[in-house]
Design a protein. Structure first.
Lengths: 135, 135, 135, 135
């Protein structure tokens, strides 16, 4: 398993007239957390694209447990529970002061710039192996 | 079952540097389709809020099957397959010229302005009953 | 002068906790109106990009006169008052039922894909000339 | 004059198919910088709303000088050059490694929750006076 933590501060423009953060924005936050995850395990997304790979989102899911307000300082835990083979599943947990407000996941697959599915680049596999912790 | 159709034209600002529509925007499109669905069955979202109800998103899911490009004129089918009791599940299918590009769903529950869960307002139940088609 | 009109329906996700449409979204609406303008004068933005040109925004301005609410059906007037030479200035007026809620403008310049400034493509100049009405 | 500095990291979803950050997002960044400015001078926006005031945007302007790419770590300088009386003008300068990529401004007025214009709350005036530096 690999877990990293990222910080998000809720923007005014991310709220809606219900007074809470608009649900679609959580998926943008997941992406911020995912980019930060890749940085932290040592293979930035930029590097992935420079090697000719892209990592599109194949599926995205979120369960909204408690609303989130403007200016909250959120902690997002990004978690990989299974070593990626072809597809990658990433879990997210959104916390405000240790309370879970949202959980979700995204599924991804590596492709080249023509859209052809590829196995993950070896550097990615290596970084995951290096950072992996059995639990 | 109830099915309605809505049209979305992909905005330039909804694309990302991969050249496709950014995945989080599909959830905003689902919402446009959902608002249109409520209009079409005869109980606009505004009416729901005026009666003291809100209809937050409890869960959102999308599977991204084929990418969507700038300026595509998309058709979103909004589908209710089961009569809502307390929770409501809405399915979405995003088409470009009869090709399915994305499918997803959202789950909702009615609450009052204090956040207390409520049964759906009777007007909503009535409108669903009136528009329902057995399949 | 050339004037075209485009319709925008305010999305729930475009509101903020103040209860009105969030100001940055008006610039996305200006873009929708601008894309529609190019379609209506007969040179779609896609065509411009296919010819190797891009039309980035050099400056954007908006004055927010009256707030705009969820689900408003807005009319945006897109106006070119001066024939474009190198730079292009486009004005926008956002109306709800004949009341002006916002006015703004964007300035643009044509560039190639390397970012080098170019004179407008002749097809663009031709279309503007054809659609021009003296006032 | 008062100057504060804020950091923004460009999100993937903030880029568009041109490969750069989409122009409307700068206005959301200005807001992040503005909220941070209010925190830093000691009167958070939350406090302003709790006292019954709102601070809507009356005008927004940006000149886009050089494009900004995904993952850039930007510094936004937020500047008040004139002591606010009724209206407030705030300037923004967006830097990447000391290069100016964008400059802009917003104008604001205090209102109450009914939309009636008000003079700035005395706490705001006091904080501005305390933080003011003659130049």
């Amino acid at each position: 398993m690999i877990i990293t933590e990222s910080e998000i501060r809720v923007r005014y423009g991310e709220t809606d007239m219900m007074g809470f953060a608009y649900h679609a924005n959580y998926f943008a936050w997941f992406e911020v957390a995912r980019i930060d995850f890749l940085d932290k395990i040592g293979i930035p997304y930029q590097t992935i694209e420079e090697k000719g790979y892209r990592l599109p989102v194949l599926e995205a899911n979120a369960r909204f447990i408690k609303p989130v307000l403007f200016d909250y300082q959120l902690t997002i835990k990004t978690i990989i529970r299974e070593k990626p083979r072809v597809k990658i599943k990433i879990d997210y947990e959104v916390y405000n002061h240790d309370k879970l407000h949202c959980s979700g996941y995204t599924r991804h697959g590596f492709i080249n710039f023509d859209g052809t599915p590829l196995r993950p680049p070896s550097e990615f596999i290596d970084r995951v192996d290096t950072c992996w912790k059995e639990v």
